[in-house]
Design a protein. Structure first.
Length: 702
């Protein structure tokens, strides 16, 4: 692709960012300002105009979804495969480096990566051994993650420095946790960054090798970097300092994960002679939506000023609805969605409902089920966290690394092999005594004269199966999955109902080697999954980051929810809540609805609620305020409930394509009425919306 084509379609600020090719560059990219376009065009321009080798550019982001989009767009621009290039998430690219270099840290290259579930099982086992309440494991995991994000190792903690909030019991768990990880030749999610930093700091020759390998760096969503990620970036920048950081301090919302908004504020100081470019033209939202967003974020102190504008026009007015309680609020949202759908302009998949805490979803679900509306909650369990998938992946992890005791414990009795808790405890005791993995302890027990034949027979049977699977380690991964399912009788155990899931797992492994497939499975999250179904998206503000929808509803715009009551006493957390609200507003493209309740049941009690303090920062002329009263008409309430049964039983359910003898093909938008006199609303492209009785309309189902 020619230089002119690569620069065409860019606004002046985007073009400046693409043309900059030497020295540090900070691109302050406002919401919807085309930052991914800048990154991908800059990559293509460097390789085309400046003849920079594609494999010498390190491009890092935070989610697999964003990395895949970046890779696909680069392929589209360069007309070359991006396979094998250094484009990916911080964690995936760190894992790639460690796969080559981790022996310098005393680990083997076939290390496995523990996801949150694996780490949770390990911590709970340690707590049980230490006679500490197991229910504390989530808090302990969170604290360890926070320390690792700040590059605080167990050894650092044991200095008893009060600045780390030293706690002896926690320190013992942290030390033991890291020891068990090493024994299992395993790393958790946070280790991937921390170990890469340690590798570079303790082995200058290795660092020099990668500094020389990467001539340019580009970091997306820079405002989300934590201490360890920023240290990694600064180490790799080297003396060339050809680093481009793209981000928006207004969208820094992950403090609870260790993200430091000060990193983007410190960039100019840490990288002298930085060129700063502001992307302020918004290509996503209407001006009315930007006016609301701008009013909210303008009150944020110490932000890097940006004023977003658009040439999309003013657009629809923003609505703010005050309901009596959360049930009425949910019904208002559901009814508004129904009205939009019936008008035929928007599909369900064009609409998102955002909320601050997951607890809000239940009432919204009730209202949408009542109206027979399809929906999907985002950010939930990913494909790789389903039990059957997790089981087979655990077998694969053991094949790659038999010393992975967490995976072994998961599948040792799956399918059942009469290896109960008592048997496993004896194996664990032997492993602890010999300071070995469970796999090694099992092998010892089989050969030892100190154990009963019954125990040796149980353990030996499992080891025979596992060693038989390990012998197939070199097979193609889809074939290896089939071998595991067959040789363990797993397929017969779970039955035909789960055959589809196992086949989907086989397909997901096509074209990948065992190591890369296991890394993908461990680093994949629910947020990375796409959904093509026509359904309304329900999600938290945090889950909505990076997404956009034509229509957005923001529920619970109340003090205590937005901002969250935990944040109101801390000025930094309060400002993060402000940024979070800003992010939610800027997800909307065409229409924005906000709502709140006067009373809401939160946790165990009904509370009087006040409108969010952030609403006071929005000029009243920027939105319409309406009040939603409870429905007094019981008959109307009953009618509102009827579509659920009708839509599930009627052959003319919402979304069905039908043919009318006069108006041609249309789409059913709603069905209602008595069973013997069902009426449907049909949208015909030729004449618009029509209400028809099925008894007389002579509709043909297509």
């Amino acid at each position: 692709m020619s230089k002119q084509v690569l620069l065409s379609g860019l606004n002046p600020q985007q073009k400046d960012a693409v043309l900059h090719n030497k020295g540090p560059l900070l691109v302050l990219a406002g919401a919807g300002s085309g930052k991914t376009k800048v990154i991908t065009h800059r990559f293509a321009y460097l390789t085309n105009a400046h003849k920079v080798a594609p494999d010498s550019i390190l491009a890092m982001t935070f989610t697999n979804k964003a990395a895949n989009e970046m890779r696909e767009r680069i392929e589209g621009l360069t007309k070359k495969s991006a396979r094998g290039l250094w484009i990916g998430t911080f964690h995936a690219l760190s894992a790639r480096i460690l796969r080559k270099e981790i022996e310098s840290l005393g680990y083997r290259r076939d290390f496995c990566i523990y996801d949150d579930s694996d780490s949770g099982h390990l911590v709970r086992a340690i707590l049980k051994e230490f006679k500490i309440h197991e229910a504390l494991y989530k808090g302990i995991l969170s604290k360890m993650s926070s320390l690792k994000a700040s590059l605080v190792s167990p050894e650092d903690l044991l200095t008893n420095d009060d600045s780390y909030g030293f706690d002896e019991k926690f320190a013992r768990v942290y030390v033991r946790y890291q020891s068990e990880l090493k024994k299992n030749n395993a790393l958790d999610f946070d280790d991937l960054i921390m170990f890469t930093v340690s590798l570079f700091e303790d082995h200058p020759a290795v660092l020099k090798k990668y500094i020389n390998e990467f001539s340019h760096m580009m970091i997306d969503e820079f405002q989300d970097t934590n201490t360890s990620q920023y240290r990694l970036v600064k180490l790799l920048a080297g003396k060339q300092r050809n680093i481009c950081a793209v981000g928006d301090d207004d969208q820094s919302i992950y403090k609870f994960r260790g993200a430091e908004v000060r990193n983007i504020h410190s960039f100019k100081k840490d990288f002298t002679k930085t060129k700063v470019i502001r992307l302020e033209q918004n290509y996503r939202s209407t001006q009315q939506i930007l006016n609301v967003a701008g009013s909210i974020i303008a009150k944020s102190p110490e932000r890097m000023p940006k004023k977003l504008w658009t040439d999309r026009g003013d657009g629809e007015a923003i609505c703010y609805c005050v309901a009596t309680n959360e049930m009425e609020e949910a019904r208002y949202i559901s009814q508004s969605i129904k009205d939009l759908f019936l008008k035929g302009k928007y599909r369900y998949k064009d609409i998102a409902v955002l909320y601050r805490v997951n607890q809000q979803a239940r009432t919204l679900e009730d209202a949408m089920r009542e109206n027979g509306q399809p929906y999907r909650i985002h950010g939930g369990m990913s494909f790789y966290q389903r039990k059957e998938v997790k089981d087979i992946v655990s077998y694969l992890k053991l094949i790659a690394n038999p010393h992975d005791s967490v995976s072994l414990k998961r599948i040792v009795n799956c399918p059942p092999r009469q290896i109960g808790a008592a048997t496993l405890t004896r194996v664990e005791n032997e492993a602890r005594k010999r300071e070995e993995s469970l796999y090694q302890a099992m092998k010892y027990i089989v050969k030892s004269s100190g154990y009963t034949n019954s125990l040796k027979e149980k353990v030996g049977g499992f080891i025979t199966i596992l060693d038989g699977l390990i012998a197939h380690r070199g097979d193609a991964v889809p074939d290896l999955i089939s071998t595991v399912i067959r040789k363990t009788d797993y397929g017969d155990w779970v039955g035909e109902d789960k055959a589809g899931i196992l086949e989907e797992l086989r397909k997901s492994a096509e074209g990948k080697d065992l190591g890369s497939f296991l890394d993908t499975a461990s680093l994949f999250s629910g947020l990375d999954e796409a959904c093509d179904d026509d359904c309304v998206s329900l999600m938290t503000f945090h889950s909505a980051k990076g997404l956009e929808f034509p229509v957005v509803f923001i529920a619970g715009v109340e003090d205590g929810l937005m901002p969250h009551f935990h944040a109101v006493k801390d000025s930094e957390e309060l400002e993060e809540e402000r940024r979070l609200f800003y992010v939610a507003v800027t997800r909307a493209r065409d229409m924005l609805f906000m709502s709140g309740a006067r009373k809401r049941k939160l946790y165990t009690s009904v509370q009087e609620q006040q409108p969010s303090r952030f609403l006071a920062d929005i000029p009243s002329k920027c939105y319409l305020c309406i009040e939603k009263r409870p429905r007094a008409d019981a008959v109307a309430a009953a009618v509102a409930k009827m579509p659920l049964s009708l839509m599930s039983s009627s052959p003319f359910a919402a979304g069905s394509r039908v043919k009318h003898p006069k108006w041609g093909v249309g789409v059913v938008r709603d069905s209602y009425g008595e069973t013997d006199d069902v009426k449907v609303m049909v949208n015909f492209p030729s004449v618009g919306m029509k209400r028809l009785s099925l008894k007389f309309a002579n509709l043909e189902k297509l």
